[in-house]
Design a protein around this ligand. Structure first.
Ligand SMILES: NC(=O)c1ccc[n+]([C@@H]2O[C@H](COP(=O)([O-])OP(=O)(O)OC[C@H]3O[C@@H](n4cnc5c(N)ncnc54)[C@H](OP(=O)(O)O)[C@@H]3O)[C@@H](O)[C@H]2O)c1
Length: 305
């Protein structure tokens, strides 16, 4: 398939923030024709990484009208914005399309299914990539370029799509554990940095480490009830990583709070509390953090506008 540029293949990336902009840049550099589907228009995509600064010649689309279906649609909005992406999906999804949900949290497929036909394949992707949008269309990569997807034919095709890019794609049989392991870290670093308005250096504070341990003990118990193979050692590993992380590093929830954007708390801490409720497990620390995030965002625990 061509997209009019004459280059083979066609990928649409919905969302032009940190993750969407960086993925679009790496895929374009590997030779793919990429359409970046944006909510807030800007003139050009610029990616800054270890190789320097580069203007990326992707096609920027501000509205779905006239866009043809493509083989790959990567959804990179925040989890709470998936519903708003429905008009893009209506235009871009055809009989040969796979939709990839590149987001944090769990239940990726359930989040998008109300906006897709039952037959459309949906691939969840957990991404490990520290990247920041410093201005509309300007993306700064701080480190890491890895994704994990469920093992299978679709996961293998996705891995092939990224050959020639800096990304390592891992295919994993036990995706439930992968998603909860990522959520374990997110449920600690995102709320603590966003609530304290501090960067990762905050994890040098002994009282914060104690709070982090308490939050993670609750998440591990809930994750295990959900079938994820996490142990208390996973929590210690996360704390170890955070203790060694560059102190000036941030999290996407911190960046959102600093920019006055809505927070993703309902799909991070909120997902932990909802799963705990399903299993009748006590999670008082995560529940308290969720209440604080809801009040901080002005949108309540559900994160509703
Ligand atoms: N940033 C990281 O380092 C990182 C690392 C790992 C995982 N993640 C996860 O990856 C996901 C994406 O995070 P992010 O940091 O890339 O978020 P982000 O920088 O806030 O970008 C989200 C983008 O989605 C766009 N968007 C929202 N609704 C839209 C719509 N209806 N149509 C088109 N675009 C729409 C936003 O548009 P506007 O420009 O109008 O705001 C924004 O550009 C999240 O689940 C996050 O937790 C992020």
């Amino acid at each position: 398939m061509t997209d009019g540029t004459g280059r083979a293949g066609a990928i649409a990336v919905i969302g032009s923030g940190a993750i969407g902009g960086y993925l679009a840049g790496t895929l374009e550099r590997a030779g793919h024709a990429v359409t970046l589907c944006v909510r807030t228009a800007f003139e050009r995509l610029t990616v800054v990484d270890a190789d320097g600064e580069r203007t990326v010649p992707v096609r920027i689309a501000a509205a779905p009208a006239g866009l043809p279906p493509v083989p790959w649609v990567l959804v990179t909005t925040k989890a709470q914005d998936v519903g708003g992406a429905a008009p893009w999906l209506d235009a871009l999804v055809g009989p040969d399309t796979t939709v990839v949900m590149v987001q944090n949290g769990i239940d990726h497929a359930a989040r998008v299914r109300p906006h897709l036909g039952a037959e459309v394949p949906v691939l969840p992707a957990i991404i490990y990539c520290s990247v920041e949008r410093t201005a509309p269309g300007r993306i700064v990569h701080h480190g890491s370029a890895r994704m994990t997807v469920p093992a299978g034919e679709t996961g293998a095709a996705f891995a092939r799509l990224f050959s020639g890019t800096p990304f390592t794609i891992t295919q994993e049989e036990d995706f439930v554990t992968v998603a909860w392991r990522k959520l374990l870290g997110n449920a600690v670093a995102n709320p603590i940095t966003a609530l304290t308005l501090r960067r990762m250096a905050v994890f040098g504070d002994p009282a914060i480490r104690e709070l982090a341990r308490g939050l993670m003990a609750e998440v591990v118990a809930v994750a295990r009830a959900e079938g994820a193979r996490l142990t208390p050692e996973d929590g210690e590993h996360v704390l170890d990583v955070y203790g060694r992380a560059p102190g000036d590093g941030g999290t996407s929830m911190l960046y959102d709070r600093l920019s006055g954007r809505p927070l993703e708390h309902a799909f991070i801490t909120g997902a932990v509390v909802a799963a705990a409720d399903r299993h009748g497990l006590p999670v008082p620390l995560n529940r308290a953090v969720l209440a604080l995030l809801g009040a901080t965002s002005g949108r309540g625990r559900e994160g509703a506008a």
